[in-house]
Design a protein around this ligand. Structure first.
Ligand SMILES: Cc1cc2nc3c(=O)[nH]c(=O)nc-3n(C[C@H](O)[C@H](O)[C@H](O)COP(=O)(O)OP(=O)(O)OC[C@H]3O[C@@H](n4cnc5c(N)ncnc54)[C@H](O)[C@@H]3O)c2cc1C
Length: 131
């Protein structure tokens, strides 16, 4: 069920077991994983179905570093689907090297290996009856 709290029900009380803040790829992935479980899941999104300049203003920043190449509003979207609203839609699996510690990439190196992440993905697909 989708509720537009600004227009349809301004003073609604919502009760849930799990509240996910933000409907970007991260929030919707978690919501999709929780679908079909006994828990009631609420995704709370600050934007609407379409971008709105008034709501976009929530993302305004003061840039104190190097000048940005593109307007910051192109980089983060306050809308259903989050920043995936900006792209043409391209998703892929991570490569082995994405998990590795690389001296030339500060903060690189995950505490899990690529095959562990792949194992989780395979397990979830099997649970959904997908190949
Ligand atoms: C131009 C561009 C192209 C890209 N292309 C690709 C691509 O091809 N493939 C790819 O995998 N990635 C791509 N990315 C990166 C990808 O969009 C981001 O990594 C991804 O959107 C991050 O997801 P997220 O859910 O963490 O955050 P976001 O997508 O930023 O979502 C956060 C959501 O939370 C909402 N929100 C924030 N604060 C609150 C609050 N207080 N209350 C309620 N809601 C709130 C926002 O409105 C937003 O909907 C691209 C990014 C950009 C900018």
């Amino acid at each position: 069920m989708r509720i537009d709290s600004l227009r349809e029900v301004p003073d609604i009380d919502l009760e849930t077991d799990i509240c996910i803040v933000g409907s970007g790829p991260a929030g919707l992935t978690i919501a999709a994983e929780l679908a079909g479980t006994p828990w009631r899941v609420l995704v709370l999104e600050s934007g609407g179905c379409l971008r709105d300049p008034d709501i976009d203003r929530l993302n305004d920043i003061e840039n104190v570093g190097a000048a940005r190449a593109r307007p910051h509003r192109d980089a983060r979207n306050r809308v259903l689907g989050g920043s995936s609203d900006t792209w043409s839609g391209r998703c892929g699996y991570l490569d082995e090297i994405d998990f590795a510690c690389r001296p030339w990439v500060p903060g690189s190196g995950w505490p899990i290996r690529a095959e562990e992440a792949a194992g989780v993905a395979t397990h979830r697909a099997a649970r959904r009856g997908q190949p």
